[in-house]
Design a protein around this ligand. Structure first.
Ligand code: S3P
Length: 169
């Protein structure tokens, strides 16, 4: 079985869905951001603070190259991982790419409590989400399968992914 790669904007549930999906399919859940934090011994916010977004993206690409070589994993990526073609090439080699989508309002609701996402620490996060989403849309659309997660629990999203993968075969 190919790896399952979850892409999508912040707050679309990639980490939570990845864990459930991995359990259901007997695969290992791997979260790229968590692996970066473990390896760098810094939080994502600290990495952004120290190296800026470009520095973070370089670290992210190195991690993706390494992690996408693993087998039998559900790989949950950070929301900006799709922006680099090299990342997508590496992820696609071993994996089927599933993009989780949600409306900007849903994303705001799911992310507003947390201070973990440096890109959303602005005066008007809804506006920022809309701008970033608009810019990134063509990148997210490169996925093999796109699943809308509005009004769905992570378990329901995982179930839908399993069905979509089966239907694709
Ligand atoms: C980012 C998403 C974050 C994290 C970093 C940048 C982005 O991951 O990688 O803050 O550019 O969309 P999540 O999508 O898991 O929140």
């Amino acid at each position: 079985m190919k790896n399952i790669v979850l892409t999508g904007f912040m707050g679309t549930g990639k980490t939570a869905v990845g864990k459930i999906l991995a359990r259901r399919l007997g695969l290992v859940p791997v979260d790229v951001d968590a692996e970066i934090e473990r390896e760098q011994k810094k939080t994502i916010a600290e990495i952004f603070g120290q190296f800026g977004e470009d520095g973070f993206r370089d670290i992210e690409s190195t991690a993706i190259e390494k992690l996408s070589a693993m087998k039998n994993v559900v790989l949950s990526t950070g929301g900006g991982a799709v922006l680099r073609a090299d990342n997508m090439d590496a992820l696609r080699k071993n994996g089927v790419i599933i993009c989780l989508a949600a409306s900007p309002e849903t994303i705001l609701g799911r992310t507003c409590e947390s201070k973990d996402r440096p890109l959303l620490q602005v005066d008007n996060p809804l506006q920022k989400i809309k701008e970033l989403y608009e810019f990134r849309k063509p990148y997210y659309e490169k996925a093999d399968i796109i699943i809308n997660t509005d009004d769905m629990s992570p378990a329901q999203v995982a179930e839908e992914i399993i069905q979509a993968i089966r239907n694709r075969r």
